[in-house]
Design a protein around this ligand. Structure first.
Ligand code: FPP
Length: 310
C-alpha cells in the first residue's frame, strides 16, 4: 500500500509537464492566452505598425466577384488584424482605409466602402471600447459624408481616454495634405502671436499631425506586391522598416502578420548611427576601463538622429 502511494507520488513528480507558453499582452486587455510557440510574436515587437491594405479589388476580380466583395472580405481581415495587434501588445496600429484620391473611384465602389465603414464601427465599437482601444481618425473627418462623420466623431470621443491599443484609421487621408495642414496650424499660431518661428522644431511639428501621441512608425506593411508608400504617413515613416507581402489584403491573416513581425525583428536598425559591435568600436578590455560608453559609439536608438546612413 505504502509502496503504491510512493510510486504514484514519484510518477506524478517526474511526469513531463505540458509545454505551453503563456503570452501576456502588454497593453492589450485580453486574457492571457496559452499559445503554441509557432503562434507567438517575437519579443522585440514594433511599437507602431502601419499597414497599406492593398489588393481588395484584385482579390475579388480574380474570383469573378464585384470589387465591393473584395472590400467586404478585406474588412474581415482588418477585424482580425486589429484583434491580433491588441492581443500581442502592439502600441499603435495605423491602417490606410481610404485616401483623398479614392473618391475618384466609381460611385458604387465608394458607396460600398462607406457602407462597410459604418457597419464596422456600429458592430465593433463596443468591443473596441471594452478592450480600451483608443480610436483616432487620420484625415479630414469633416469631408466625410453623414452618417459616417458622426459615427467617426462619436468613436473618437467615446474612446479618447482609453489607454490600450492606439488604433489609427486613415480616412479621407493624404500625407502631403497632413503636412500642409500642420504647417498652416503652426503659421496660425505664429500669426496670433502665440509662437515664435524659432520655436518650431520637429517635436512641435509632429504634435500638429493627426498621429500626435503615437510613436513614429517602426514597421510598414503593404500587401499585394506593390512597392510604394502612396502618400501614407510621409513624416512618420522616415525610419520605418518596410515589409511587402505579395498576398492580397483579404488573405492577410495572423500567420502573414507574424511573418512580417519576424522579418522586422530580424532587421538591423541603426537610425543613421553605427552599431557598438562595428569595427570602429573599442576593444572590450579598453571599454571596461571607460566610465561609460560615449554616445557616438552607442547603437543609435534616438529617432531624431539626423546622421546620414553610411
Ligand atoms: C485597397 O485595395 C483597399 C482600399 C482602397 C480600401 C481598404 C478598405 C478596407 C479594407 C475595408 C473598409 C475599412 C474599414 C475601416 C471598415 P484596392 O481596392 O486598391 O485593390 P486593387 O489594387 O486590387 O484594385
Amino acid at each position: 500500500m505504502f509502496l503504491d502511494k510512493l510510486t504514484k507520488l514519484l510518477n506524478d513528480a517526474f511526469r513531463p509537464k505540458p509545454k505551453y507558453i503563456t503570452v501576456t499582452p502588454v497593453t492589450g486587455s485580453g486574457p492571457a492566452q496559452a499559445l503554441p510557440s509557432a503562434n507567438e510574436p517575437p519579443a522585440n515587437l514594433p511599437a507602431h505598425v502601419a499597414i497599406i491594405m492593398d489588393g481588395n479589388g484584385r482579390w475579388a476580380t480574380s474570383r469573378g466577384l464585384p470589387r465591393s466583395a473584395g472590400h467586404a472580405a478585406g474588412t474581415e481581415a482588418l477585424r482580425d488584424i486589429i484583434r491580433a495587434s491588441d492581443d500581442w501588445g502592439i502600441e499603435a496600429l495605423s491602417l490606410y482605409a481610404f485616401s483623398t484620391e479614392n473618391w475618384s473611384r466609381s460611385k458604387e465602389e465608394v458607396q460600398a466602402l462607406m457602407g462597410l465603414l459604418l457597419k464596422y464601427f456600429n458592430s465593433e465599437i463596443d468591443e473596441l471600447d471594452e478592450k480600451h482601444v483608443k480610436i483616432t481618425i487620420l484625415g479630414d473627418v469633416d469631408g466625410m459624408p453623414e452618417p459616417q462623420r458622426t459615427a467617426l466623431i462619436d468613436a473618437m470621443e467615446r474612446t479618447k481616454d482609453n489607454t490600450g491599443l492606439k488604433l489609427n484609421i486613415a480616412l479621407n487621408y493624404g500625407g502631403r495634405a497632413e503636412l500642409t495642414r500642420a504647417a498652416r496650424l503652426l503659421a496660425e499660431q505664429v500669426k496670433a502671436g502665440e509662437l515664435e518661428p524659432e520655436d518650431i522644431d520637429e517635436e512641435l511639428f509632429g504634435e500638429q499631425l493627426y498621429t500626435a501621441g503615437s510613436p513614429d512608425v517602426d514597421l510598414l506593411i503593404r500587401t499585394s506586391g506593390e512597392l510604394r508608400t502612396s502618400n501614407f504617413l510621409p513624416w512618420q515613416l522616415v525610419y520605418a522598416e518596410m515589409v511587402f507581402d505579395d498576398c492580397y489584403w483579404p488573405d492577410f491573416d495572423r500567420a502573414h502578420y507574424l511573418k512580417c513581425l519576424r522579418t522586422y525583428a530580424a532587421r538591423d536598425r541603426r537610425f543613421g548611427g553605427v552599431k557598438a559591435s562595428a569595427p570602429e568600436a573599442k576593444p572590450e578590455a579598453e571599454a571596461e576601463t571607460e566610465p561609460a560608453i560615449k554616445p557616438e559609439t552607442e547603437p543609435a536608438t534616438d529617432r531624431n538622429n539626423e546622421e546620414a546612413e553610411p
